[in-house]
Write a protein that binds this ligand. Structure first.
Ligand code: CTP
Ligand code: MG
Length: 227
Protein backbone atom coordinates (compact mmCIF):
# COMPACT_ATOMS: atom_id res chain seq x y z
CA UNK A 1 0.00 0.00 0.00
CA UNK A 2 1.07 3.60 -0.50
CA UNK A 3 1.52 5.37 2.82
CA UNK A 4 2.22 9.06 3.35
CA UNK A 5 4.68 10.03 6.08
CA UNK A 6 5.28 13.43 7.65
CA UNK A 7 8.36 13.89 9.85
CA UNK A 8 8.08 17.18 11.75
CA UNK A 9 11.68 18.36 12.30
CA UNK A 10 11.13 22.10 12.46
CA UNK A 11 11.48 22.65 16.22
CA UNK A 12 14.23 24.53 18.00
CA UNK A 13 14.81 22.01 20.81
CA UNK A 14 14.69 24.49 23.70
CA UNK A 15 14.68 21.81 26.43
CA UNK A 16 17.73 20.09 24.91
CA UNK A 17 19.83 23.23 25.37
CA UNK A 18 22.18 22.23 22.56
CA UNK A 19 23.90 24.54 20.07
CA UNK A 20 21.99 23.17 17.11
CA UNK A 21 18.37 21.94 17.06
CA UNK A 22 18.24 18.41 18.49
CA UNK A 23 17.05 16.77 15.24
CA UNK A 24 20.56 17.39 13.86
CA UNK A 25 22.46 15.98 16.88
CA UNK A 26 24.49 12.86 16.20
CA UNK A 27 23.72 9.49 17.76
CA UNK A 28 26.19 6.73 16.77
CA UNK A 29 27.30 8.71 13.72
CA UNK A 30 23.83 9.51 12.35
CA UNK A 31 21.60 12.51 13.08
CA UNK A 32 18.39 11.92 15.05
CA UNK A 33 16.48 12.91 11.91
CA UNK A 34 18.55 10.44 9.87
CA UNK A 35 17.70 7.64 12.33
CA UNK A 36 13.98 8.45 12.28
CA UNK A 37 13.75 8.58 8.48
CA UNK A 38 15.81 5.44 7.94
CA UNK A 39 13.79 3.42 10.50
CA UNK A 40 10.69 4.13 8.39
CA UNK A 41 12.51 3.36 5.15
CA UNK A 42 13.68 0.04 6.61
CA UNK A 43 10.16 -0.76 7.83
CA UNK A 44 8.70 0.03 4.40
CA UNK A 45 11.20 -2.17 2.57
CA UNK A 46 10.86 -4.99 5.11
CA UNK A 47 7.05 -5.07 4.87
CA UNK A 48 6.77 -3.97 1.22
CA UNK A 49 4.98 -0.65 1.67
CA UNK A 50 5.56 2.36 -0.59
CA UNK A 51 6.37 5.49 1.38
CA UNK A 52 5.79 9.06 0.30
CA UNK A 53 7.80 11.11 2.80
CA UNK A 54 7.79 14.83 3.65
CA UNK A 55 10.34 16.14 6.14
CA UNK A 56 9.35 19.49 7.66
CA UNK A 57 12.39 21.69 8.35
CA UNK A 58 13.01 25.05 10.04
CA UNK A 59 12.90 27.98 7.60
CA UNK A 60 16.14 28.22 5.64
CA UNK A 61 17.55 24.82 6.72
CA UNK A 62 18.58 22.08 4.30
CA UNK A 63 18.45 18.30 4.81
CA UNK A 64 21.45 16.56 6.38
CA UNK A 65 23.22 14.80 3.47
CA UNK A 66 22.48 11.30 4.82
CA UNK A 67 18.70 11.83 4.47
CA UNK A 68 17.63 10.78 0.98
CA UNK A 69 14.42 9.87 -0.83
CA UNK A 70 12.21 12.51 0.80
CA UNK A 71 10.77 15.89 -0.11
CA UNK A 72 10.99 18.86 2.26
CA UNK A 73 8.87 21.82 3.24
CA UNK A 74 9.14 24.65 5.78
CA UNK A 75 7.53 24.35 9.21
CA UNK A 76 5.71 26.82 11.44
CA UNK A 77 5.57 28.19 14.96
CA UNK A 78 4.03 25.11 16.62
CA UNK A 79 4.40 21.39 15.95
CA UNK A 80 0.81 21.35 14.64
CA UNK A 81 1.64 24.24 12.26
CA UNK A 82 4.56 22.18 10.98
CA UNK A 83 2.42 19.06 10.47
CA UNK A 84 -0.19 21.24 8.71
CA UNK A 85 2.56 22.50 6.36
CA UNK A 86 3.51 18.86 5.71
CA UNK A 87 -0.11 18.00 4.84
CA UNK A 88 -0.24 20.88 2.34
CA UNK A 89 2.97 19.58 0.75
CA UNK A 90 1.37 16.11 0.47
CA UNK A 91 -1.75 17.67 -1.08
CA UNK A 92 0.40 19.11 -3.85
CA UNK A 93 1.82 15.60 -4.32
CA UNK A 94 -1.71 14.32 -5.00
CA UNK A 95 -2.46 12.63 -1.67
CA UNK A 96 -6.07 11.43 -1.60
CA UNK A 97 -8.59 12.04 1.18
CA UNK A 98 -8.76 8.33 2.07
CA UNK A 99 -4.97 7.81 2.05
CA UNK A 100 -3.26 7.07 5.32
CA UNK A 101 -0.78 9.57 6.68
CA UNK A 102 1.61 8.73 9.48
CA UNK A 103 3.18 11.54 11.51
CA UNK A 104 6.41 10.73 13.34
CA UNK A 105 8.59 13.03 15.47
CA UNK A 106 12.13 13.48 14.15
CA UNK A 107 13.03 13.33 17.84
CA UNK A 108 11.97 9.62 18.15
CA UNK A 109 14.95 7.91 16.50
CA UNK A 110 14.45 4.48 18.10
CA UNK A 111 11.01 3.53 16.79
CA UNK A 112 10.80 -0.20 16.00
CA UNK A 113 9.65 -1.56 12.63
CA UNK A 114 7.49 -4.11 14.46
CA UNK A 115 5.67 -1.28 16.29
CA UNK A 116 5.09 0.71 13.08
CA UNK A 117 3.75 -2.43 11.40
CA UNK A 118 1.49 -3.22 14.40
CA UNK A 119 -0.01 0.28 14.22
CA UNK A 120 -0.58 -0.07 10.48
CA UNK A 121 -2.04 -3.58 10.53
CA UNK A 122 -4.27 -2.90 13.56
CA UNK A 123 -5.83 0.19 12.02
CA UNK A 124 -5.69 -0.32 8.25
CA UNK A 125 -9.43 -1.09 8.07
CA UNK A 126 -10.36 1.62 10.60
CA UNK A 127 -12.21 4.74 9.52
CA UNK A 128 -10.36 7.18 11.77
CA UNK A 129 -6.94 5.89 12.84
CA UNK A 130 -4.94 6.10 16.03
CA UNK A 131 -1.60 6.22 17.76
CA UNK A 132 1.15 4.15 19.32
CA UNK A 133 1.05 4.56 23.09
CA UNK A 134 2.59 2.91 26.12
CA UNK A 135 0.89 1.90 29.35
CA UNK A 136 1.74 3.91 32.46
CA UNK A 137 3.78 2.02 35.04
CA UNK A 138 3.93 4.79 37.66
CA UNK A 139 1.27 5.78 40.18
CA UNK A 140 -0.16 9.09 38.98
CA UNK A 141 -1.50 11.76 41.33
CA UNK A 142 -3.71 14.67 40.44
CA UNK A 143 -2.79 17.64 42.64
CA UNK A 144 -3.54 21.34 42.98
CA UNK A 145 -0.48 23.19 44.32
CA UNK A 146 0.97 20.47 46.59
CA UNK A 147 -2.32 18.96 47.72
CA UNK A 148 -3.33 15.62 46.23
CA UNK A 149 -6.89 15.60 44.94
CA UNK A 150 -6.91 12.00 43.80
CA UNK A 151 -5.01 9.01 42.47
CA UNK A 152 -5.79 8.36 38.83
CA UNK A 153 -6.59 4.85 37.67
CA UNK A 154 -3.59 3.99 35.56
CA UNK A 155 -5.45 1.18 33.77
CA UNK A 156 -7.02 3.89 31.63
CA UNK A 157 -3.92 6.09 31.17
CA UNK A 158 -1.41 5.93 28.33
CA UNK A 159 1.60 7.93 27.20
CA UNK A 160 1.07 9.06 23.59
CA UNK A 161 3.89 8.27 21.18
CA UNK A 162 4.36 8.61 17.46
CA UNK A 163 3.80 7.46 14.76
CA UNK A 164 0.18 8.58 14.76
CA UNK A 165 -1.84 7.43 11.76
CA UNK A 166 -4.93 9.13 10.34
CA UNK A 167 -6.79 9.48 7.06
CA UNK A 168 -5.34 12.37 5.09
CA UNK A 169 -8.58 14.32 4.58
CA UNK A 170 -9.66 13.85 8.18
CA UNK A 171 -6.34 15.04 9.61
CA UNK A 172 -6.36 18.07 7.29
CA UNK A 173 -9.84 19.01 8.55
CA UNK A 174 -8.83 18.40 12.17
CA UNK A 175 -5.81 20.70 11.85
CA UNK A 176 -7.88 23.40 10.14
CA UNK A 177 -10.47 23.31 12.93
CA UNK A 178 -8.26 23.07 16.03
CA UNK A 179 -6.18 25.70 17.81
CA UNK A 180 -2.76 24.77 16.43
CA UNK A 181 -0.95 26.74 19.12
CA UNK A 182 -2.47 24.52 21.84
CA UNK A 183 -2.54 20.88 20.77
CA UNK A 184 0.56 18.69 21.18
CA UNK A 185 -0.36 15.72 19.00
CA UNK A 186 -2.50 14.83 15.99
CA UNK A 187 -4.87 12.68 18.03
CA UNK A 188 -5.92 15.73 20.08
CA UNK A 189 -6.91 17.52 16.88
CA UNK A 190 -8.91 14.50 15.70
CA UNK A 191 -10.57 14.18 19.15
CA UNK A 192 -11.60 17.81 18.65
CA UNK A 193 -13.75 16.67 15.71
CA UNK A 194 -15.66 14.44 18.13
CA UNK A 195 -13.98 11.28 16.81
CA UNK A 196 -12.30 8.55 18.85
CA UNK A 197 -8.77 7.58 17.74
CA UNK A 198 -7.53 4.14 18.84
CA UNK A 199 -4.57 3.28 21.04
CA UNK A 200 -2.14 0.62 19.81
CA UNK A 201 0.48 -0.74 22.20
CA UNK A 202 3.99 0.58 21.56
CA UNK A 203 7.38 -0.12 23.12
CA UNK A 204 9.09 1.83 25.81
CA UNK A 205 12.17 2.04 23.62
CA UNK A 206 10.39 4.58 21.39
CA UNK A 207 11.37 7.54 23.58
CA UNK A 208 11.28 11.15 22.47
CA UNK A 209 14.64 12.85 22.86
CA UNK A 210 13.67 15.91 24.88
CA UNK A 211 16.38 16.64 27.49
CA UNK A 212 20.14 15.86 27.37
CA UNK A 213 19.95 12.69 29.49
CA UNK A 214 17.56 11.12 26.98
CA UNK A 215 20.56 10.72 24.64
CA UNK A 216 22.19 8.45 27.23
CA UNK A 217 19.12 6.16 27.20
CA UNK A 218 19.14 6.20 23.41
CA UNK A 219 22.80 5.21 23.28
CA UNK A 220 22.28 2.31 25.66
CA UNK A 221 19.26 1.07 23.68
CA UNK A 222 21.30 1.15 20.49
CA UNK A 223 23.95 -0.99 22.24
CA UNK A 224 21.33 -3.50 23.40
CA UNK A 225 18.67 -3.41 20.70
CA UNK A 226 15.35 -5.17 21.30
CA UNK A 227 15.08 -5.90 17.58
N1 CTP B 1 8.48 20.37 15.77
C1 CTP B 1 8.22 20.98 14.54
N2 CTP B 1 7.82 22.30 14.50
C2 CTP B 1 7.68 23.01 15.62
C3 CTP B 1 7.93 22.40 16.89
C4 CTP B 1 8.33 21.07 16.93
O1 CTP B 1 8.33 20.33 13.51
N3 CTP B 1 7.32 24.29 15.53
C5 CTP B 1 8.97 18.97 15.80
C6 CTP B 1 10.31 18.82 16.49
O2 CTP B 1 11.38 19.11 15.58
C7 CTP B 1 10.28 17.39 16.98
C8 CTP B 1 8.80 17.09 17.18
O3 CTP B 1 8.09 18.17 16.55
O4 CTP B 1 10.80 16.48 16.03
C9 CTP B 1 8.44 16.96 18.66
O5 CTP B 1 8.52 18.22 19.29
P1 CTP B 1 9.44 18.55 20.56
O6 CTP B 1 10.02 17.32 21.11
O7 CTP B 1 8.67 19.47 21.43
O8 CTP B 1 10.66 19.35 19.85
P2 CTP B 1 11.04 20.89 20.01
O9 CTP B 1 9.82 21.72 19.95
O10 CTP B 1 12.11 21.16 19.00
O11 CTP B 1 11.69 20.93 21.47
P3 CTP B 1 11.30 21.91 22.69
O12 CTP B 1 9.82 21.77 22.90
O13 CTP B 1 12.14 21.44 23.83
O14 CTP B 1 11.68 23.31 22.22
MG1 MG C 1 8.24 21.53 21.44
Amino acid sequence: AKINLIIPAAGTGQRMQSEQPKQYLQLNGLSLLGHSVSRFQEWASQYQHTLNTVVVLPKGDTLPSEVVGVVTCTGGASRADSVFAGLKALASLDALSEDWVMVHDAARPLVLATDIERLYQTLVADEVGGILAEPITATVKQAKANVIEKTLNRESLFLAQTPQMFRFGLLMQALIDCDRSQITDEAAAVEGLGLCPKVVLGSRQNIKITVPEDLVFAQSWLKHPSE
